[in-house]
Design a protein around this ligand. Structure first.
Ligand code: DGL
Length: 270
């Protein structure tokens, strides 16, 4: 009954943590493509090749359903995977939709036409590849009208987090927030559109100020997944044990993951 969680590196652990708390009986298999992180500076073909290889590895671990806990892969590869690549008996879900549903106050599967929503000025912080894909704006336009999105490509933040360089990551977050505020001085909401960024949530919130509502994906994705599995119990795959797999150095990745999640995590070579 295992479910797969994919990320380019460690960021998806923020989603893994939330889904395992919400669904403690489901074994999750995590795949971190640490050998190829960051994805955010790669082109769409490259991201597609790497993401499909990781998802196939999760299928081999008995996961018929895989969550792309990576906005960059969701933005650059998911649509192509769903249209041309995915076999009938497998599912791959991205992390954008739950976030946009929360922002636009919609319920799962509400396909009514786009309408006006409370927030009008939204700051989007994401990787360069996610920003240039404009996937967030496209998904939002299906659901809401009159929302102004100002997107800030946050170069360097994922690398600094993966390297464990918190001081650099914090400095970069502050400078990306300042750059965005020069173009949009008073956003009402901010989207942390990269699964690495919840590790920096307090820094984003402090730099943006208390009046800005910061939306984080992990808990929203956990609720959506619980709802999805209720409606599609057949998508729980055959895998029986939780595992952490990486394309990187298993010992180094385990040490960093243990530091992030503040509990012992043991990665194995994928
Ligand atoms: N954590 C990922 C995301 O949500 C990807 C970061 C990267 O590899 O650049 O976008």
């Amino acid at each position: 009954m295992a479910v797969g969680i994919f990320d380019s590196g460690l960021g998806g652990l923020t989603v893994l943590d939330a889904v395992s708390k919400r669904l403690p009986d489901v074994p999750f298999v995590y795949f971190g493509d640490n050998a190829h992180t960051p994805y955010g500076v790669r082109d769409a073909d490259d991201i597609f090749e790497l993401t499909t290889a990781g998802v196939e590895r999760l299928w081999n671990a008995g996961c018929d359903l895989v969550i792309l806990a990576c906005n960059t892969a969701s933005a650059a590869a998911l649509r192509r995977m769903q249209e041309k690549w995915l076999p009938e008996d497998k599912r791959v879900l991205g992390v954008f939709v739950p976030l946009i549903e929360a922002l636009t106050e919609r319920k799962w599967g509400d396909n009514s036409p786009p309408r006006e929503v409370a927030v009008k000025h939204v700051a989007l912080f994401a990787t360069p590849a996610t920003v240039s894909s404009r996937a967030f704006q496209r998904e939002l336009a299906f659901r809401a009208i009159g929302v102004d999105v100002e997107a800030q490509p946050c170069g360097g933040v994922v690398d600094a987090i993966e390297e464990g360089d918190e001081i650099l990551a914090e400095a970069l977050v502050r400078s990306h927030v300042e750059a965005l505020q020069r173009r949009m001085p008073s956003p009402e909401a901010a989207i942390l559109g990269c699964t690495h960024y919840p590790l920096m949530e307090q820094v984003f919130q402090a730099a943006l100020g208390p009046e800005v509502r910061v939306f984080c994906q992990a808990s929203l994705v956990a609720e959506s997944l619980a709802d999805y599995l209720d409606r599609h119990p057949e998508m729980r795959g055959s895998g029986a044990e939780a595992q952490f797999l990486t394309t990187g150095n298993a010992q180094t990745v385990s040490n960093k993951a243990t530091q992030f999640l503040r509990r012992p995590i043991r990665f194995l070579a994928a």
